[in-house]
Design a protein around this ligand. Sequence first.
Ligand SMILES: Nc1nc2c(ncn2[C@@H]2O[C@H](COP(=O)(O)OP(=O)(O)OP(=O)(O)O)[C@@H](O)[C@H]2O)c(=O)[nH]1
Ligand SMILES: [Mg+2]
Ligand SMILES: [Zn+2]
Length: 337
Amino acid sequence: MRRYGKHTDEDDIRSRPNRKGNRPRTHIRPKHEDAAEGLVLTVDRGRLTCLVEDRIVTAMKARELGRKAAVVGDRVALVGDLSGAKDTLARIVRIEERTSVLRRTADDDDPYERVVVANADQLAIVTALADPEPRPRLIDRCLVAAFDGGLTPLLVMTKSDLAPPDELLGLYGALDIPFVVTSREELENGDAADRVREHLDGKVTAFVGHSGVGKTTLVNALVPEDRRRTVGHVNAVTGRGRHTTTSALALPLSSKAGGWVVDTPGVRSFGLAHIDPSRVIHAFPDLEPGTEGCPRACSHDEPDCALDAWVAEGHADPARLYSLRRLLATRERTEGD
Ligand SMILES: Nc1nc2c(ncn2[C@@H]2O[C@H](COP(=O)(O)OP(=O)(O)OP(=O)(O)O)[C@@H](O)[C@H]2O)c(=O)[nH]1
Ligand SMILES: [Mg+2]
Ligand SMILES: [Zn+2]
């Protein structure tokens, strides 16, 4: 005899929690459909400052993200306390797909690559014309990282009050890369900000370069102080002797077109261990057409390379070929180590 009654009882017992209104426990992780969207503005020792609507929310990453780390510029999904009130902490449960990634390694032989900024459209490579001296090597490396990461480059040469830009313009002025030259005076009368801003509207621009070249000075000239204060009240820029930037910080531009600037800490080198040498040539758009006559899989640093003859014919500056070879050689050497 089938004992419907008993079965029903058992079913009742099993399903009782549901009837009480509790959600059934499933093995599928909740999708956090109610999560809010945020933008990571700065990261400091595991604490992420995010912009959620118009609120500044402090968050940490949820365990379920595992080893994935959110970086400045990341679009993230947040749950928990999103009020932005003091001492509250939200959780980042998802990092949205990135449109671009600026990566570097500390040195060429450092296998640990870090993402400096996510979702930037443009890389402003900042070089002082003096104090500190310009380093074309570093510029070339930043260009490689920009092309490789899907960012368009912009060259910013600061401190033209201390030294003329002629030499650097000789090297980079002829490339199809936009550039801006600024001085102390132009910083003070607003011209520097105006001229740089023309290249920034509607874009997310990361500022990189050696320490002391004037990245923060420029970013501060671009973003009005009241805006910096709202966003940056948990700002990770600390002063230690000279005010040196210790973590990346995204700040909104005030123009109608919108856009963001990302100030980053100064770098000594820009390791490219993660980039395939065959891709390095893309950062030398002035030389790239000359590689058409190269043998297949040319390393561009071998006797049959077509670049020597092409440059000798006057198509490009020999200093640029030297730069390319030096970059390829330093990469090779560290790879052979
Ligand atoms: N003469 C001159 N000095 C400048 C100019 N721009 C910036 N400086 C000075 O250069 C110094 C360093 O500027 P910062 O803006 O802190 O440099 P930074 O690139 O942010 O440095 P890190 O944060 O260490 O990477 C400051 O003393 C600035 O006042 C300029 O156009 N001319
Ligand atoms: Mg700085
Ligand atoms: Zn070649």
